[in-house]
Design a binder for this molecule. Structure first.
Ligand code: ZN
Ligand code: ZN
Length: 317
C-alpha cells in the first residue's frame, strides 16, 4: 500500500503511512477551556457542577482527566501554567499533545452563602449554664465543627442564662449538640416547631438545648479527699484542701460526692512561707492554716470547716 499523502510504500492507517497518520490524526479529544464559578463571600468554587473548597488546581486536573477521551492509553498532566499534557504510544511511537487550558472565571454567590445571607437556619443550639470557660471552649468547638462539616452559623445570640447558635443544617447541629453533651457533661433537650407547610410537606425548626451540670465553686469528695472545683471546662481544675491541684475530665468525677461545705470570709493577719494567720470574720477567732498553693498576696481568702478542722481556700477574684 502507498500513503495517499506522501506516497511512501508500506503499512497504512486510513490510507496514510505511520508518519503522516501521527501528524494528521487526533488521538485525543478534550475540553480546551473550563468554566469555574467562584463565590464572592467564601472561598468555595464550582467545578463540574459541584461546589468545592480546597485545592483548585487538583480539582481542575481531576476534571481534565475525566474529560480527556483518548483512542490510545494515555497519561494526563496539568502544570501551574495551566498547560495540559497528554502522553501515550501508538505503534511504538510516542504521542504527545500540549495545550493551554483557558479558565473562565465567574463570580457569584454560592448556595450556602445565599442561604446564610437570607438568614436561613434549620436548628438552634442553646447553651445554658454559668461558666465562661466552658462557654469559650464550646464556642470554639461549635465553630470548628460547623466549618469542618460545611455548614454555617447564621447568628450567635447572648440570651438570659446562656447563648444561642443558629445553625444552617439540622443534622450537623444535632451531631454537634450530642458531642457537646458528651464532652462537657450536660443534659440535652430536643424539640421542634413547625415553621410552615410547603407543598404539603411540613418544615420544622429544631432546637437542642444543653444545660451544663454546674460544678464550679462547689466542694466535692473524691477518693476520700475534699476539693474545691476551681474552673470547669471540658476538664475540671480541682484544688484540694490539702494543697493538691488536680486536673480531671468530667468523666472521672461521675462518682464524686458533692459536699455541703460553706465558705466564709476570713481576714489575713500575717503571712509566712507556708502558713497564714487568719481571723474568722464570723467568730473573730484566729487560726493558723496552710497557705493555698495558688494564693497570692492581695487575693482574698476564705476558710472552710471540715471534720472539725479549719482550712484556707483561695477566694474568688
Ligand atoms: Zn505518508
Ligand atoms: Zn460562598
Amino acid at each position: 500500500m502507498f500513503c495517499v499523502e506522501c506516497g511512501k510504500k508500506g503499512k497504512t492507517y486510513n490510507g496514510l503511512c505511520l508518519e503522516c497518520y501521527i501528524k494528521k490524526h487526533k488521538f485525543f479529544d478534550f475540553p480546551s477551556e473550563i468554566k469555574i464559578e467562584f463565590c464572592k463571600s467564601c472561598n468555595s468554587y464550582r467545578i463540574d457542577n459541584q461546589w468545592k473548597k480546597g485545592d483548585i488546581h487538583k480539582d481542575i486536573k481531576e476534571y481534565l482527566k475525566k474529560n480527556v477521551k483518548g483512542e490510545i492509553k494515555h497519561e494526563v498532566s496539568f502544570d501551574e501554567n495551566n498547560i495540559l499534557k497528554i502522553k501515550g504510544f501508538f505503534e511504538g511511537r510516542y504521542i504527545e499533545v500540549e495545550k493551554e487550558i483557558k479558565v473562565n472565571e465567574k463570580y457569584v454567590t454560592c448556595p450556602k452563602c445565599s442561604l446564610r445571607r437570607g438568614g436561613y437556619y434549620e436548628a438552634i443550639i442553646q447553651l445554658r449554664g454559668k461558666y465562661k470557660k466552658m462557654f469559650d471552649e464550646v464556642d470554639e468547638l461549635i465553630k470548628k465543627r460547623v466549618e469542618e462539616r460545611e455548614s454555617y452559623i447564621t447568628k450567635i445570640e447572648d440570651v438570659r442564662g446562656g447563648k444561642d447558635y443558629y445553625i444552617g443544617n439540622k443534622k450537623i447541629a444535632e451531631r454537634i449538640a450530642k458531642e457537646i453533651k458528651d464532652d462537657f457533661s450536660g443534659t440535652i433537650k430536643s424539640s421542634k416547631s413547625l415553621v410552615r407547610v410547603k407543598d404539603g410537606k411540613k418544615i420544622y425548626r429544631y432546637t437542642y438545648s444543653i444545660r451544663f451540670l454546674e460544678y464550679e465553686g462547689k466542694f466535692i469528695k473524691i477518693d476520700g479527699k475534699i476539693y474545691k472545683v476551681k474552673s470547669a471546662g471540658k476538664k475540671l481544675e480541682l484544688y484540694g484542701i490539702d494543697g493538691e491541684i488536680r486536673n480531671v475530665y468530667r468523666e472521672e468525677i461521675k462518682n464524686a460526692v458533692e459536699m455541703d461545705i460553706e465558705e466564709r470570709d476570713a481576714t489575713l493577719l500575717h503571712e509566712e512561707k507556708d502558713t497564714l494567720y487568719v481571723m474568722d470574720s464570723r467568730s473573730y477567732r484566729t487560726f493558723v492554716v496552710n497557705k493555698p498553693k495558688k494564693w497570692k498576696k492581695g487575693k482574698n481568702i476564705k476558710i472552710i470547716e471540715y471534720e472539725g478542722k479549719i482550712y484556707a481556700v483561695d477566694g474568688d477574684e
